[in-house]
Design a protein around this ligand. Sequence first.
Ligand code: HAM
Length: 438
Amino acid sequence: MAKKKNNKIQLVKGMKDILPDEQLYWNLIRTKVDNFAKNYGFSRIDTPVLEFTNLFKRTVGEDTDVVNKEMYSFVSQGGDKLSLRPENTASVVRAYIEHGMLNLPQPVKLFYVGPQFRHDNPQAGRYRQFWQFGFEAIGDDDPVIDAQLIAISYHILKELGLDIEIHVNSVGDTSSRAEYIKVLKKYYQDKKKLICKDCNLRLNKNTLRLLDCKNVKCQELADEAPQMVDYLSEAGKNHFMAVLEYLDALDIKYSLNPKIVRGLDYYTRTAWEIFECSDKDGKLNALGGGGRYDTLVDMLGGRATPAIGFAIGVERVIMKMQEAKVEVDKGKKFDAYIAQLGIEARKKALALFEELRAAGFSVTENMSKKGLKDQLEAADKKNATYTLIMGQKEISDDTVLIRDMESGVQEIVDYKKIKSELRKRLDRNIAKSLKLKK
Ligand code: HAM
């Protein structure tokens, strides 16, 4: 139930409003993601936020924290067991099968940007509704695809101004991982008293997760634990080596981290997480992560199809961009701000605004403001190149005062010529800036 305090209804715990100032970061990230998707040939997919609960139980795994503790699940009016999606990969794979994408040329490359829901403990960078952007390539197991996906995750964040390091591991194919889990269980068998309560619970159901427990004692034991890479099959080892060679060729900064096991059950072979460099020492939360999920299509009733992808948390990226004081463009530069003084001028200014907007100029205004000083300040804040001023005198003379906001120089222009005059001046500015660039 929505909590009331002093009769006010508050934001639901773990949710976040995205206010206009922050939208500058969101726009930047969306544009960057769109551009990368275009270059690398990924098409946008949007899946519903509601899915059958079983989709996540079968893929993410019943014994994972995400499904076991954190899902928003309910029975609908019609008696269906539904959940808000805690992640997007399972839904993308469901859509891939449901829409017959198995029959398209492979790999099918898809990307998404959207909200996910996990009923986790809210803290810095952890919300109950959070946004991810993600890239998925389904239908190819060539290691070059792994390296390219890692490269996309790396370069997007680099280009957003973050200092990034990739932590990479191989979690093996199904049979070598089963073998490794046996070895790991044996390693922990006589250490049950030394590991935390959660790890004791995980030991039989989700053994790999013991490796990335944040508890200091558990971390020490995980450091000494046998490593998956030593238990890879020959083919698994060759695949992983090839991925690393491609990463070297791409000059990607990565470190091998045997403790990257990922929190979701569907991973096979290559797995990676993305950290901001100042955050390197374990207490950190990853900005993103991904890996192969070669058995997922099969698991959901499609034919065996290898696949790989990653997702990055938008709120965490923005938090890091703000900490790193990454400059974001303060917004659009307007061609003109329309200022007015007096009722008659305001009426004409309203019409001029519509006329210029319809003619393709980017114009802005604050028609409810009355003083010129206020309006010029607003024009400055809004980054307008020119302010077009209309007062009593301009109305009776049928003119407009055009003010260059950089130099402060003002000139009177015939009202009928304002469009051509504005165009001429804007073109002249473009020509000047091009010359400067040369
Ligand atoms: P994940 O590691 O669970 O992977 O989530 C990816 C990213 O989502 C995290 O690194 C983090 O930035 C963000 N994130 C997760 N939980 C929260 C939260 N409670 N609040 C804020 N941000 C959060 C997946 O979701 C996989 N589907 C990734 C993938 C795609 N694997 C293959 N393809």
